[in-house]
Write a protein that binds this ligand. Sequence first.
Ligand SMILES: Nc1ncnc2c1ncn2[C@@H]1O[C@H](COP(=O)(O)OP(=O)(O)OP(=O)(O)O)[C@@H](O)[C@H]1O
Length: 274
Amino acid sequence: MAPDRPAAGRSVPEPARPIVDVRHLTLTYQTADKPVYALSDVSLTIGKGDFISLIGPSGCGKTTLMRVVADLEQPTSGEVTVNGMTPEQARLKRAYGYVFQAPALYPWRTVERNVMLPLEIMGLPRAERKARAAEQLRNVGLAGFEKKFPWQLSGGMQQRVSIARALAFEPELLLMDEPFGALDEITRDHLNLQLTQLWRRTRKTCIFVTHSIAEAVFLSTRIVVMSPRPGRILDVIDCDLPAERTLDIRETPEFAALAHRVRDGLKEGHSYDD
Ligand SMILES: Nc1ncnc2c1ncn2[C@@H]1O[C@H](COP(=O)(O)OP(=O)(O)OP(=O)(O)O)[C@@H](O)[C@H]1O
């Protein structure tokens, strides 16, 4: 059969510009007793505006993969580019914001001054720092909480402050490592809804680590299913649900089918004899 060709006169859609390109990435941690094989031959291209979830069993290298993108770990072999730069250049240019599992806010600084901290380090003038902090706090639904201290907020609100802080220097890429993992289910649902609305408004490229199949399907444009350690990519699933998502979407057959495929991928990669 002849290969598919575009019909005459029709243009082929441009693939989205890659923001993160990972090629044959392998990472082995050298420890005192024996090497730990964390990642094996991982290749992944993440386009501008993608929302990618990394899902896989505990210890399969999800955090390691994000840390390589963030230049916090060095690959043993393979190549990674972020916005066409090395991870180090991207870090120096503040191409990404990082949201950790725990909010990691300074208790002696107000919410506003926590969000302004990276902007202070960048040397932005005070008026601009204040304006950007106000904008990002509005973005995460925390307008009016500027003068509170972190300990006066709930865990979910603190995590929203840390998202606002990561967004404050307007990075192209947002790296989130299980940001809602420690929160109760109702708060988590609420934050998932807010995050998907934020993503729809800003179309930031996001990489999101999670253990929750429902969270991955709800938030993502693509889900990367990883094997147990050493982490390999088992499946990359396009989430073609409508961009505008409410929590009710979780009741639809389309959602259930995607969740099923993720679950199958995870099962396939897992040896229960381990
Ligand atoms: N600095 C390090 N030195 C040695 N081994 C490490 C180091 N960091 C991580 N590891 C090991 O590498 C493997 C991958 O760890 P990583 O934190 O990336 O997994 P993960 O998939 O994010 O796990 P989880 O879902 O439990 O957070 C694990 O076995 C972990 O113990």
